[in-house]
Write a protein that binds this ligand. Structure first.
Ligand code: FAD
Length: 320
């Protein structure tokens, strides 16, 4: 069974507008949000990024937002990302060169935030927006990785990334190992040389498409890891799990991969000491840093992952 018995309940709440209104209004929520989110604006985000880069970590910045249902919101997300890419690249240039042979700055994005759900034209709108952002990223020497969302979006997202990679071969994609077809997906994508961010997966999925048992999700992770470490792409091992991190270290040593041809990734605010320890040992580690006002869905997925995170939330609610 899953380690967090509250997971389905919390993930159900992630989709509830009523719960969203309630939780957003609780003043103590702000303290919890602050732990996982780098701020609501670019001005709040940039000092956080500067500090991470100065300390030897690399970053992938996510402007929060998902399941956009209005064209105006998708356009606004594109405008924000364009400005973000420019400002991150400018910030990167102000810092001393690092040992990193790959871009220190990346942005992560969700196709659902770029318009994937805007009716029949949605996928085309999202692809056009993705193209705009990749073009800007290419001229700014910033990487882009597309997040994996719920399974109903997977095929379209993979198709969009595949198509875009003919022009932007460095474009990355997240693969969720809870999906039953994850190993096959990793095999195909890494044979094509794709940068793959391997993660367990954070959404509530039906048993028909996803493993539910932790042991199965972990076994799938290990198999995918082996595939992508052998493959022709650039593996991004995204996890906080000590067992998966150990496997990443073992596999990379066996397959002679080091900084420059694979990296670890963790979320902002999670296992910060472990992040610094890995960097201290000479490992490449990228921090996924979310910012923006649309933090509700992201926060709920973090709470669902770990009973301790819920405890942290409840404590913050009762603290004065
Ligand atoms: P879990 O199975 O959650 O935890 C395993 C063990 O790790 C725990 O038992 C504990 O020992 C340790 N651990 C975990 N958290 C902590 C903590 N806070 N403190 C101490 N120990 C801890 N999901 C998606 O669906 N799509 C995406 O695009 C996506 N992108 C991601 C990008 C990055 C960089 C990362 C790190 C995650 C991303 N995720 C994404 C989320 C991911 O799918 C998982 O939901 C999340 O990372 C939790 O899984 P885990 O591998 O960290 O381990």
């Amino acid at each position: 069974i899953r380690i967090n018995p509250l997971r389905p309940v919390i993930l159900a709440a992630a989709g509830s507008d009523r719960m969203k209104r309630t939780i957003t209004k609780v003043p103590a929520t702000a303290a919890v949000v602050k732990r996982f989110v780098a701020g609501e604006t670019r001005a709040e985000l940039l000092p956080v990024v500067r500090e991470l880069l100065a300390g030897g970590r690399t970053v992938s910045v996510d402007f929060l937002g998902e399941y956009t249902t209005e064209r105006g919101m998708a356009d606004a997300a594109v405008t924000e990302y364009l400005a973000l890419i420019g400002e991150l690249a400018a910030l990167d240039r102000t810092l001393p060169d690092s040992a990193s042979t790959v871009p220190r700055v990346e942005v992560s994005l969700k196709l659902s935030a770029l318009g994937q759900f805007l009716g029949a034209d949605g996928p085309a709108i999202a692809a056009e927006n993705l193209h705009k952002l990749c073009a800007k990223a290419a001229e700014s020497q910033v990487w882009v990785t597309v997040d994996a969302e719920d399974h109903t979006t997977t095929e379209e997202t993979v198709a969009a990334v595949r198509e875009m990679r003919s022009e932007f071969p460095w474009l990355g994609l997240a693969v969720q190992t809870y999906l039953r077809d994850a190993v096959a997906r990793c095999r195909d994508l890494s044979a094509e040389g794709t940068r793959i961010r391997l993660c367990k997966g954070a959404y509530q999925e039906p048993e028909t498409v996803a493993y539910r048992k932790r042991a199965e999700v972990d076994a799938s992770y290990l198999e995918c890891l082996d595939v992508i470490m052998r493959g022709d792409g650039y593996p991004m091992v995204a996890t906080h799990d000590p067992a998966m991190l150990d496997a990443g270290l073992r596999e990379s040593a066996e397959k002679y991969r080091g900084p420059g041809d694979f990296e670890f990734q963790m979320l902002y605010g999670i296992r910060d000491a472990e992040q610094r320890r890995l960097v201290g040992e000479g490992q490449a580690l990228r921090v996924y840093v979310p910012y923006g006002g649309q933090w509700y869905g992201y926060l709920m997925r973090r709470l669902a992952e770990r009973p301790a995170n819920v405890g942290f939330f409840l404590r913050a609610l009762t603290e004065r």
